[in-house]
Structures are given as structure tokens and as C-alpha cells.
Design a protein around this ligand. Structure first.
Ligand code: ZN
Length: 70
């Protein structure tokens, strides 16, 4: 999942822009811009031919979203 690098939660992240490209009917690239409403940080997430990367104030984690955030 994608979390804010400063707040360490996805709770305040909002997608501000999303671009998807398809290649032969399959998703080849995905670009999503995120904005954190708590710390005012911005980051970008890319999915590019089965590889993922992030830039800016977002982090990629293997954790599943928790139902209860304390
Ligand atoms: Zn934040």
C-alpha cells in the first residue's frame, strides 16, 4: 500500500491525478499523484511494466491496510 512518508499512514492521502495507459488490453503504466492533507506533502506513485516505484513524500509498504488506526 501507499503511505505518507511523514505521517506513516495512508489515512490523509488523496489522489489528485491519475493516468493509466494500456498496451494490448493490459495495463502497462499507471501514474498517480498523491497529496497528504495532514502534512501538505506531495508524492507520485508509478506502476511501470510490473515494477513499482514512488517519488516525493510517499512510501510503498507491503502492509495491508489496518481497519483501526489509533
Ligand atoms: Zn502526511
Amino acid at each position: 500500500m501507499i503511505i505518507c512518508a511523514h505521517c506513516e499512514t495512508s489515512q490523509f492521502l488523496h489522489i489528485t491525478e491519475s493516468t493509466i495507459e494500456f498496451d494490448n488490453g493490459e495495463m502497462s503504466t499507471l501514474e498517480e499523484s498523491y497529496h497528504c492533507t495532514k502534512c501538505d506533502g506531495n508524492g507520485v506513485y508509478w506502476y511501470f511494466f510490473e515494477k513499482e516505484c514512488v517519488s516525493g513524500s510517499v512510501e510503498l509498504t507491503d502492509e495491508r491496510p489496518r481497519m483501526i488506526e489509533q
